[in-house]
Design a protein around this ligand. Structure first.
Ligand code: PLP
Length: 372
């Protein structure tokens, strides 16, 4: 996999241009930087000087500290009991969704004898985490009490459920968050109020509040229909390892689901589902060879896949085949692959396995220097 650090930064700049100069930027680097490699992602993003980074778990947060990140690191998913001590020790900012979790955080802060910040999540429709609006009388004082006890209440946020397709839902969720924030006890320090993911940041910049949390768009995935396209960031390529003519009736792959019509030439390529190529692309997807689009034929195996190169003369072992990316004038986007595979770009990107090396490049093809 080749990954372009400059394209990642350009996509962040497009988010900045959409929301204007006011809000802070919190690029999401969870799930190993959406599968592209978190060390590369952070190295690529640091020159843009974002306010901080967003992750899902405490382990991902401590990994950023090990990489030398000193900026705020916000852990956006609820964390299991017992992880608070590690989070406080590493100076991570937890998001909190229950009074119980607030108590555990306060205990960890008191035990460690050091400060920690938290952001309070409010459920405005996502349903999987966050305090509910119905119980606001109970948790608002609990959050204030935690603040007084040394766990600094720094932010309040919600997560959007349909920003990729629905403007009105974004406005609605944002309004509900505002209603909660308006009930904050008087005299409290101003909170960082935030809601926007990539799609929200491009679709509804007026709801940016104090901080935006873009993810997929930075990594080259579309944020939704009708929104600007990101610059492509990752290319997935592999080499032809075998070429053969296939006489009529020759069967291919597990289940022999493909049969040559005669006069075909096939190329076996060293990329399979063991590398993260979605198996559902068998007899369905495409690749690029010599600047031409060719079909993936037969089932995809763990280690190899086969493409029909009957229309591409001169293909030899060692030639490069592109599964995501451009070759000549042709291009396959991660969104096209996701669509054909019946999933979303997020799952395609995070599905690439460690066997596929990640090569980070900057500018005109120099390798990006980064840890790990
Ligand atoms: C993953 C995530 C984001 C980023 O979403 P994208 O759709 O990838 O832009 C933002 N906020 C939270 C809480 C997330 O979990």
């Amino acid at each position: 996999m080749e990954i372009r650090a400059d394209a990642l930064r350009e996509n962040l700049a497009a988010v900045r241009a959409s929301v204007g100069p006011g809000p802070r930027l919190l690029p999401m680097v969870k799930a190993d930087g959406y599968g592209l490699g978190v060390a590369g992602a952070v190295t690529a993003l640091e020159p843009a000087d974002p306010w901080g980074y967003g992750v899902a778990t405490v382990e991902e947060g401590t990994q950023l500290r090990e990489l030398g990140v000193t900026k705020p690191v916000l852990v956006l998913s609820p964390t299991p009991p017992g992880s608070e001590e590690i989070a406080v020790e590493a100076g991570l900012t937890l998001s909190v969704s229950s009074v119980e979790a607030l108590r555990r955080l306060v205990a960890a802060v008191e035990g460690a004898g050091r400060q920690a910040a938290f952001h309070l999540e409010v459920d405005t429709g996502m349903g999987r985490a966050g305090f509910t609006e119905a119980d606001v009388e109970a948790w608002l004082p609990a959050a204030s009490a935690a603040h007084a006890a040394g766990a600094r209440w720094e932010g309040c946020f919600t997560h959007l459920h349909s920003a990729d397709e629905d403007d009105a839902s974004v406005q609605g969720q944002w309004r509900r968050l505002q209603d909660i924030v308006a009930r904050m006890p008087p005299g409290h320090d101003p909170l960082l109020v935030h809601a926007l993911n990539s799609a929200g940041a491009l679709r509804c910049p007026g709801c940016a509040g104090d901080l935006v949390r873009p993810g997929i768009f930075l990594y080259g995935g579309s944020a939704g229909g009708g929104l600007p396209a990101p610059r492509p960031v990752a290319a997935v390529r592999a080499r032809v390892v075998h070429v053969r003519p296939a006489a009529e009736g020759t069967t291919l792959g597990y289940g022999a689901t493909y049969r040559s019509r005669g006069g075909e030439r096939w190329a076996t390529v060293a990329l399979g589902y063991g590398d993260g190529l979605p198996r559902s692309l068998g007899n369905r997807g495409f690749a690029l060879v010599g600047g031409r689009r060719v079909p993936i034929i037969g089932r995809i195996s763990m280690d190899v896949s086969v493409v029909d190169i009957s229309d591409v003369p001169g293909v030899e072992p060692g030639d490069v085949v592109t599964f995501i990316g451009s070759d000549g004038g042709e291009r396959i986007t991660v969104d096209e692959v996701a669509e054909l595979a019946g999933t979303i770009s997020y799952e395609v990107l995070t599905g690439f396995t460690p066997r596929l090396p990640r090569h980070w490049m900057d500018g005109h093809g120099q390798a990006l220097e980064h840890g790990r």
